[in-house]
Ligand binder design. Structure first.
Ligand code: PMP
Length: 386
């Protein structure tokens, strides 16, 4: 008798494309200085904690019921926040929220990607993008960024017109490089996307462009937000998160704004009640203190600029200057090291955890408090002999 067929060695019928793949995520280590996942180093203050606690207590008393599936109150608060932060007027129906902007983008791929369709981005970029594509059976194609990590609009247009994708993902500021896109580049991609013809049930439609502004609030003076382009491009969506500038990574709240039609398409693919009553309560409690939570952004931006300047003043033992990418985010990519793993390990041995990511030889450091950055500088000088 022939033995029953099993997939791989585990005896589970794992999808072949998942075989041997490790779950995504940076190491979570217990060290004094955590500068590896672009968190905000400032914990919420007592007033914020008190309001969040009140909101959660009220929600707890109703936890026998499912939450508001469409979280109308939260969408209204998010629209009000964007009006204050970026001066854009958005209706609650033009907002969407989920458990982190990661889940938002998965919703986008679930609604607009799928078998026989293609998603496009430009590398190096956020390493979760190909995972959304994989998990939604969407083909994944990457164009390239230039040496300085900028995106050449002509190259972007060529890739979009050639690939005819249904979704284009642009991180701005980009992770892991910190690069923000100038408005004309985003416009060029939106124009190219409008010329794409994705077959649909009723004929065809242009591509959706997602500008992922997870780090938007950290952009430097004069750097625009794609929020300003929403009125001109019906196929544009902008995602943001409360994880970074808002210092609320533990709450898992991301959001998107786009046309009502686009948001309604996301409502079709979300799981019912995907945003728990507790999450909604925490997010609304935090939004009531937006000013206080965002107060540290300017300090972090100044610390970021000082870190860039300091790294640029350094030389390797062989006399080469360090390379440091311009950053509009709360992290800095720098290098290049012949053995970046040795530098990363040396820092870790001194209690400083950064991230081994980006093109070969580069390392990424998240911006922490002034004291944490001093610890990083001291450790780096020692480890790399700078
Ligand atoms: N986009 C980018 C570019 C990111 O770097 C991250 C987090 N590292 C996210 C989206 C997702 O963040 P969250 O799910 O916490 O909103």
């Amino acid at each position: 008798m022939t033995p029953p067929t099993v997939a791989g060695t585990s005896g589970l019928p794992l999808r072949p494309e998942l075989a041997g793949i490790e779950p995504y995520g940076a190491p979570q280590l217990d060290v004094p200085v955590l500068l590896n996942v672009n968190e905000n180093p400032h914990a919420p203050g007592p007033a914020v904690v008190a309001t969040i606690t009140e909101h959660v207590r009220a929600a707890a008393a109703g936890l026998n019921r499912y939450p508001d599936r469409d979280f109308h109150a939260l969408r209204t608060d998010l629209a009000a926040y964007l009006r204050v932060e970026s001066g854009v007027h958005r209706e609650p129906e033009q907002l969407w929220a989920a458990n982190g902007s990661n889940e938002i983008m998965l919703h986008v791929l679930q609604a607009f990607g799928g078998p026989g369709r293609t998603a496009v981005s430009f590398a190096p970029t956020y390493s979760m993008y190909p995972e959304y594509a994989r998990d939604t059976h969407t083909d994944w194609v990457v164009g390239r960024r230039a040496e300085d990590f900028a995106l050449d609009p002509d190259h972007a247009r060529d890739v979009v017109l050639r690939e005819q994708p249904s979704v284009i993902l642009l991180a701005s500021p980009n992770n892991p490089t910190g690069t923000a896109l100038p408005a004309p580049t985003v416009e060029a991609v939106c124009e190219a996307a409008l010329a794409v013809r994705v077959p649909t049930r009723d004929g065809d439609a242009p591509a959706v462009v997602v500008v992922d502004e997870a780090y938007g609030e950290f952009r430097r003076e004069g750097t625009p937000s794609a929020l300003e382009l929403l009125d001109r491009y019906p196929n544009l969506a902008v995602t943001r998160t409360m994880s970074k500038a808002f210092a609320l990574a533990g709450a898992r709240v991301g959001y998107l704004t786009a046309s009502r039609e686009l948001v309604d398409a996301l409502r079709v693919v979300r799981l019912p009640y995907h945003l728990s009553a507790v999450t909604q309560a925490v997010a609304r409690g935090a939004l009531a203190h937006a000013g206080e939570l965002l107060a540290q952004v300017d300090t972090l931006r100044a610390e970021r600029d000082a870190t860039v300047a300091w790294l640029r003043s350094l030389r390797h033992p062989d006399g080469r200057a360090l390379e440091v990418a311009d950053s509009d985010a709360n992290f800095v990519l720098f290098g290049t090291f012949a053995d970046r793993h040795a530098v990363w390990t040396g820092l870790l041995e001194r209690g400083v955890l950064i991230r081994e990511t980006g093109p070969d030889g580069w390392l990424r450091v998240s911006i922490g408090t002034h004291d944490e950055m001093r610890a990083f500088r001291d450790a780096l000088v020692e480890v790399a002999g700078l």
